[in-house]
Ligand binder design. Structure first.
Ligand SMILES: Nc1ncnc2c1ncn2[C@@H]1O[C@H](COP(=O)(O)OP(=O)(O)OP(=O)(O)O)[C@@H](O)[C@H]1O
Ligand code: SF4
Ligand SMILES: [Mg+2]
Length: 298
């Protein structure tokens, strides 16, 4: 099995009237790291939760490491989950404040009944993430932001996973610490496939082979990261890069989009008559790049 996950035509909704992920198809092959890019509220964390077995899609199929995660029994889910891990957006909130780090870090070995020497495995992951053993007797609140993020990476590594989803792993850190965490994640890419969720477009070239740009739960563009950076094709991707380069505030979601129309229609600088007449454009393959826009391929 060569895919970390395969998503086929899934729709996900917290509230059934307003899907957050819409008819999405996406595959992440092993050793082909993937970035998910999109502004706040576009559905990135929701997508991660679906892949991690935390939120069942309303419809569609999903396989994680070859297993249909929502169709197998709990025992199989626990076994499967030891093979992939998530690094959460807020490292402080992801640790139990009343439990010392030693237990928090080794807990996944107990949950997944992994038969290894706990002390040796812990020493090894602490060395990988460059954390001193002194943190083991501390509570999460007693760690610095950088230490906490390294600890959350250590916890993700302790089960020796094949696949890690890192949800904005640097957003809670000072700029000075962000580079160290990116270097650390980058150093793991030889042995672990990463799905990297980020707002920070400067990071994607460091961490991923492919990138998917999502907006209002739709994939707008999906391609090789280097193509996306050098030549974004979708008008939304272009505006996203433009806002990033010029340090503009986020492109806030437009709630007034007419139903069944291109989600970017009201703010698109390249809007045409076709966009008003037709429904939501399909994600089309243009020379190996997937683009959801009527301009694509013209
Ligand atoms: N637990 C929840 N219950 C209800 N709605 C939710 C829940 N979590 C997220 N949502 C809604 O789903 C939509 C997508 O949220 P999500 O957290 O996936 O966005 P995101 O792209 O990760 O944003 P950010 O970049 O701010 O982290 C938003 O409209 C959000 O309000
Ligand atoms: S389909 Fe039309 S409105 Fe939508 S992004 Fe493309 S050109 Fe703009
Ligand atoms: Mg999020």
């Amino acid at each position: 099995m060569n895919n970390c996950f395969e998503i086929e035509n899934i729709t996900v909704a917290w509230d059934r009237a307003n899907p957050v992920i819409r008819s999405m198809n996406l595959t992440c092959e092993k050793h082909s790291d993937l970035s998910i890019i999109g502004e706040s509220g576009s559905g990135k964390t929701t997508l991660a939760q679906v892949i991690c077995g935390m939120l069942k899609p309303v419809c569609g199929n999903i396989k994680v490491l070859g297993t249909p995660i929502y169709e197998v029994n709990q025992k199989e889910v626990i076994k499967l989950k030891s093979r992939f891990q998530m690094i959460f957006q807020d490292p402080l909130a992801s640790f139990d404040p009343s439990i010392k780090m030693k237990y928090s870090l080794t807990e996944p070995l107990l949950i997944h009944k992994i038969q290894v020497n706990h002390e040796e495995t812990l020493d090894s992951v602490l060395e990988t993430v460059k954390l001193s053993k002194e943190i083991l007797n501390k509570y999460p609140s007693q760690l610095s932001g950088g230490q906490r993020q390294r600890a959350s990476i250590a916890r993700a590594l302790i089960t020796n996973p094949e696949f890690i989803i890192a949800d904005e792993p640097t957003s809670a850190l000072d700029v000075s610490l962000q580079g160290h965490i990116i270097q650390l994640l980058d150093s793991l890419r030889d042995r672990i496939t990463m799905m990297f969720i980020t707002h920070d477009l400067a990071l994607i070239s460091h961490v991923s082979t492919y990138s998917a740009v999502i907006f209002q739960g739709y994939i707008m563009e999906y391609c090789h990261t280097k193509d996306l950076i050098t030549n974004p094709l979708h008008p939304y991707t272009k505006d996203l890069f433009d806002a990033f380069v010029h340090k503009k505030k986020g492109l806030s979601p437009d709630k007034t989009v007419p139903p069944g129309k291109c989600p970017w229609i009201n703010r698109c600088r390249q809007r045409m008559d076709t966009c008003d007449k037709e429904g939501i454009p399909e994600l089309k393959d243009i020379d190996g790049r997937m683009v959801r826009c009527y301009l694509a391929g013209r």
